[in-house]
Design a protein around this ligand. Structure first.
Ligand code: 5AD
Ligand code: SF4
Length: 554
């Protein structure tokens, strides 16, 4: 059967899409390979959130395009957000692309690949025209609600997931489960509502069942995914059924969150969903969720985080800016004061909760004063980390039409670096407060030794030779047949200034604080991967917490 190479760019949602595509194509007999040179079908699952991610994908597409132009027979497919956003333009730039498939069309991918293979094997006898190929790049993403409910073939894609080694990340024993697709927020800078379409909520029974099956396959950690998870709300009895099953449901308007949570059992709220998974699938030792939206986050969810020991005390809740004027231009729907109030409420109600977020610098018209307000927010609140992005205008967004990209790149870069330095200080402070405590660490990676030029810079108290890992440096166990590139949320926020001469096991606390333990050797480090251990924190820096060392016996 045909061999497939699949490379993924961008966010966790894309990683999950790739996993589903892999499952779907494997079932049909396709074989996944790690080397694009060995593949009959090369697929790029692309991201449009920022320009940088697109440029990377363009360069990969260009390389395969050249091989095709030189006579190699390859089906070259672009899936994900670029296919949706950039369809016609992409084909103009890279006529060697055989198929495109947006994120809301992925259930049709096998058919598109099959068509492309047949076309090629007929010696290009009937090459599809540019228009025909573009038509396949999706028109379902902002579907009418009736259609979305009745024809939710994407739900079928999620339901057809394979529960195997790959779905739990191999030894990492960590899986992702989608709870909502799309987004209804229309932040002015963001392409997601245009590429992923309207917010659709999956039926709670499907979600719980998927978690249960992942746990049976060996998952100890599950991350629930959605663009704004706290808006999850499923109204029972409303849904059209597909093949006798519940159907996914278009999200309600924001007014649904202004009243008290419903007492009626006809609705499943996000808090109820979390508690259900926690209670019904106790084999899951770590239940996380990303991303939260800073508005409409009820105390009911905070209470579940406080009361359910296996729900992680972690909130990824992007502020995006500390300036009310910029937040308005971004159409975020909350003020700085409301954001601060929410974080204070979370800190008060959920002991040890850790807060992280995203920030955009250099949004159009951002003045020094606006930027200073973002800096003061990062000084004021105990962010464990923030992913900081320079604004890039994205075609298909409101901002690109409405505002000139008037902050010069040099200023964006300066603001980016200034904010990174402030965040680094804040992270150092947050981390230092954990020294001496015993925490549960779920280990997910090992880090091989490197020759050190510059040791121990990062440590608050020095314990042994060593340094920090940067997020970028953490090795990823890549699932067979796929390569993970440039996760949107793992920019090198801080420079990695040195290496270590020891093997390390790397993991995370419930609050997602990155921890590292020096190991006596490779096997001692690897043994920890996919396990949850009580460990003591002995020192810290801006990037990670250092744990007591481990040996083969420990
Ligand atoms: N420019 C820069 N950053 C962006 N993000 C989304 N769109 C843009 C853009 N046009 C960032 C936001 C979001 C994260 C996933 O990416 O901070 O939370
Ligand atoms: Fe984009 Fe805003 Fe939706 Fe997040 S909430 S996906 S930033 S539109």
């Amino acid at each position: 059967m045909h061999s497939v190479f699949l490379e993924t760019f961008g966010c966790q949602m894309n990683e999950l899409d790739s996993e589903l595509v892999r499952g779907q194509l494997s079932t049909l007999g396709y074989r996944f390979v790690n080397d694009p040179a060995e593949a009959r079908v090369v697929l790029f699952n692309t991201c449009s959130v920022r320009e940088q991610a697109e440029q990377k994908a363009y360069s990969r597409i260009g390389i395969v395009g050249k091989r095709k132009a030189a006579g190699e027979t390859i089906v070259l497919g672009v899936i994900g957000c670029m296919a949706e956003r950039d369809g016609v333009d992409l084909l103009r730039r890279h006529p060697q692309v055989d198929l495109m498939c947006g994120p809301a069309e992925l259930d049709r991918l096998p058919q598109l690949i099959d068509n492309a293979l047949r076309t090629q094997s007929a010696e290009d006898a009937m090459v599809l025209s540019r228009e025909e190929r573009t038509a396949l790049a999706g028109n379902r993403s902002r579907r009418s609600s009736t259609l979305a409910a009745a024809e939710d073939n994407l739900e079928t894609l999620d339901l057809s997931r394979a529960f195997d080694e790959e779905s739990i990340g191999g030894l990492r024993r960590s899986a992702q489960v989608r709870i909502t697709r799309g987004c209804n927020k229309f932040c002015t800078y963001c392409v997601v509502p245009a590429t992923r379409g309207a917010e659709i909520h999956r039926p709670p029974d499907h979600i719980v069942e998927e978690c249960r099956r992942l746990a049976e396959a060996g998952a100890l950690e599950v991350t629930l995914l959605g663009q704004t998870v706290n808006h999850y709300r499923y109204e029972h009895g409303l849904a059209v059924t597909v093949d006798g099953r519940q159907a996914a449901q278009v999200g309600p308007g924001l007014t649904a969150f202004r009243s008290a949570p419903p007492a009626s059992s006809r609705v499943t709220t996000f808090a109820q969903l979390l508690r259900r998974i926690h209670d019904e699938v106790p084999q899951i030792l770590r239940l996380r969720f990303v991303t939260s939206y800073p508005r409409d986050f009820g105390d009911d969810v905070l209470a579940v985080m406080r009361d359910c020991p296996r729900v992680c005390k972690y909130l990824h809740i992007p502020a995006q800016s500390g300036s009310d004027r910029i937040l308005k231009l971004m159409n975020r729907g909350y003020s700085r004061g409301e954001y601060v109030d929410f974080v204070q409420r979370a800190l008060a109600l959920v002991p040890d909760v850790c807060i992280a977020g995203d920030i955009i610098v250099g949004f159009p018209t951002e003045t020094d004063d606006d930027f200073e307000q973002t800096c003061s927010l990062v000084r004021e609140l105990p962010f464990k980390n923030n992913f900081i992005f320079k604004y890039s205008p994205r075609p298909g967004t409101v901002a690109i039409d409405r505002f000139a990209d008037d902050v010069p790149d040099a200023v964006k870069r300066l603001r980016n670096n200034t904010l990174l330095a402030i965040q680094s200080e804040t992270s150092r402070r947050v981390h230092a407060a954990w020294i001496g405590r015993t925490v549960d660490v779920f280990f997910s990676d090992v880090r091989a030794p490197r020759i050190s030029h510059n040791q121990s810079k990062d440590e608050t108290t020095h314990t042994s030779a060593g340094t920090h890992a940067s997020l970028m440096e953490l090795p990823q166990f890549s699932a067979a047949g796929s390569v993970r590139v440039d996760p949107v949320r793992t920019e090198p926020n801080q420079p990695d200034d040195s290496g270590s001469t020891c093997w390390q096991a790397v993991g995370r606390t419930s609050g997602d604080l990155i921890c590292s333990a020096f190991a006596s050797d490779e096997s001692a480090a690897k043994k920890l991967v996919g396990t949850l251990k009580k460990m003591q924190i002995i020192s810290s820096g801006p990037l990670l917490l250092r744990l007591s060392a481990v040996s083969e016996e420990s």
